[in-house]
Design a protein around this ligand. Sequence first.
Ligand SMILES: [Zn+2]
Length: 183
Amino acid sequence: MVKERAKIDLTKFCDKQNPCTRDPFSKGKWTYATDGRICIRVPRLTDIPENKKAPNCEQIFKKADENSPYEWVAVPEMTVETVICFDCKGSGKWRDIDDTNHPCEECDGEGKVQEIKAVKIPLGDLTIALSNVYLDLIRKELSNPQIGLIKEAEESHPSMPVKIRFDGGEGLLMPIKISGGVL
Ligand SMILES: [Zn+2]
C-alpha cells in the first residue's frame, strides 16, 4: 500500500513582497517556488501557470548539478527564537510621509520576526553556514529532507548554493556569508 503523502505548500517558499516570486510558477518540466535565497521545485503541477517575470531558476539548478559532488547530510535540528522586529521596533506598523500607517513589511505587521542565526555544518576541513530559519522551514515543510553540501558553499566565500532533496522534489539554498563574525 502506498502511503498518501501530504502535498507540499509551495507558497511557504515564495517571497510575498516581490511581485515576480510572490506565487509558485511552472517552467519546463517543473513547478518552482523561490524567495531569492531558497528555491524548491517539484514535477510540474498542471494548475500552476508560467510567469514570464519569474527568475530563470532552471539555469541555477543546471549549474548546481554541474558542480557535484555533493555530500548528503540530514537537516540538523535547531530552535528558532522570535525577536522584536528591528524595522518597526515591535509596533508592526510604519508611518508614511503623509502620516498614514501601514503594516510593517519586514514582519508582516506582527511586530516580531524569527531570529536568524548561522547553523555551522562541517564538510571535511571546511564549514558551511546555513540559516536556522531556512533549515527549520525545510524540516517542517518537506518530507525526508537532506542537504547536499559542496565546498563552493564554504562560509567565507560562498559562491554556490547547497542542494536540497526531499520526497517529491529538490531545491537549492544559498549559504549565509560570515566575515569577521558578522552575518
Ligand atoms: Zn516590523
